[in-house]
Design a protein around this ligand. Structure first.
Ligand SMILES: Cc1cc2nc3c(=O)[nH]c(=O)nc-3n(C[C@H](O)[C@H](O)[C@H](O)COP(=O)(O)OP(=O)(O)OC[C@H]3O[C@@H](n4cnc5c(N)ncnc54)[C@H](O)[C@@H]3O)c2cc1C
Length: 319
């Protein structure tokens, strides 16, 4: 109920106008966001790299409303790729197709992504397409397939364990095989398309983990790049210790080397656990968002954990 309300507010223009007026909103959001500028993102990435953590950078933005905005978002991502190269960051890029114009025109989004990949692929920089709400899943997978078909193999996609369809999608992706980030899913979805109960999402997450790791073993655990820019096939993206333990145990049971499974977490969430996993010898990648369009991202993070909301409300009423 609370989650549904927060996810509704994450998309409501009136709520965005009202909540972003308060300095306290920004202060609490700062826990999850590197800062407004690319320079902030570089500074945080350097700190994380120095601690042995890899990074994927997200220039915040989604649902661009005209082709010029989508083109500008594309140009900004190309600047990001050039900066990753120039600053020798152990980082890749995460992006959203609605940021590149998917809600306006599928071909526009595909062309913009191709323009980014023409820069990132020769530099050895990996790009991950985040997965958005269920109405965008088909188009996202179509664009992924089309660009892989054009030879862009430093491109990955995301599968959400809360969707009923995900097992079928993952089985198909594993035949390529695709580099897949497995997440639980962050959006408000109806019971017709997604498991409403957390325990069912968790069970499906473990089932999909097994599928992903079996496919990794079958593919002979393809090598990863030394600079940490290209991730292994499976990325287990969760802060849930039970899911992580399950993936570790199953990977060990299959005899996969630690380097063959990457764990991913969000900037500002379960920092201790991030470091523990890296110290245990696993590749750990931190998703680091930056930019001025932080509002919907921040609201999704509030929706994930009631304690975050309580912290925010306490600060709001103190302000
Ligand atoms: C690297 C990465 C990339 C992602 N990309 C996508 C994507 O492309 N599409 C998509 O739909 N979703 C994406 N997500 C979000 C994901 O779907 C979940 O909403 C999110 O990870 C919370 O679920 P969980 O797996 O951590 O499990 P939960 O069961 O939600 O959380 C487990 C524990 O983790 C901690 N925790 C979780 N979230 C928070 C938080 N916000 N603040 C503080 N503590 C928290 C709590 O201690 C909680 O008990 C991504 C997540 C990660 C880590």
């Amino acid at each position: 109920m609370l989650r549904a309300l927060l996810l509704y507010l994450s998309k409501a223009a009136w709520a965005r106008r009202w909540l972003t007026r308060w300095a306290v909103t920004r202060r609490v959001a700062d826990r999850f966001v590197a800062g407004d500028t690319l320079a902030d993102a570089v500074r945080i990435t350097r700190q994380l790299n120095a601690e042995g953590l890899l990074v994927t950078l997200d220039h915040l933005g989604e649902f661009t409303t005209n082709p010029d905005e989508a083109r500008q978002a594309t140009d900004d991502l190309i600047t990001l790729a050039e900066t990753i190269q120039h600053e020798h960051l152990r980082a890749g890029i995460s992006l959203k197709l609605t940021q590149l114009g998917l809600a306006l025109d599928e071909n526009l989004a595909a062309d913009n992504l191709a323009r980014i990949l023409a820069v990132t692929q020769p530099k050895g920089i990996f790009v991950r397409i985040d997965m958005e709400d269920s109405p965008w899943v088909d188009a996202t997978l179509r664009i992924y397939d089309a660009l892989r078909g054009q030879g862009y193999d430093l491109l990955g996609v995301v599968i959400q364990a809360y969707l009923y369809r995900s097992e079928g999608d993952l089985r198909r992706l594993m035949q390529i095989p695709a580099r897949v980030r497995l997440v639980k899913g962050a959006y408000q979805e109806p019971p017709e398309v997604a498991y409403p109960k957390k325990r069912d999402v968790d069970a499906n997450y473990d089932r999909l983990t097994r599928l992903l790791l079996d496919a990794t073993q079958a593919a002979g655990a393809p090598p990863v790049s030394d600079d940490g820019r290209v991730p292994p096939l499976p990325a287990i993206a969760t802060h849930d210790e039970n899911r992580i333990a399950y993936a570790r145990d199953y990977a060990a049971h299959l005899g996969l080397p630690k380097a063959a499974v990457e764990f991913q977490m969000l900037f500002g969430v379960r920092r201790q656990l991030q470091r523990q996993l890296a110290q245990a010898g696993y590749p750990v990648r931190i998703y680091v968002p930056y930019g001025t369009e932080w509002y919907p991202y921040f609201m999704r993070r509030l929706a994930e954990r009631p304690a975050n909301l309580m912290f925010f409300l306490r600060n709001l009423f103190r302000a």
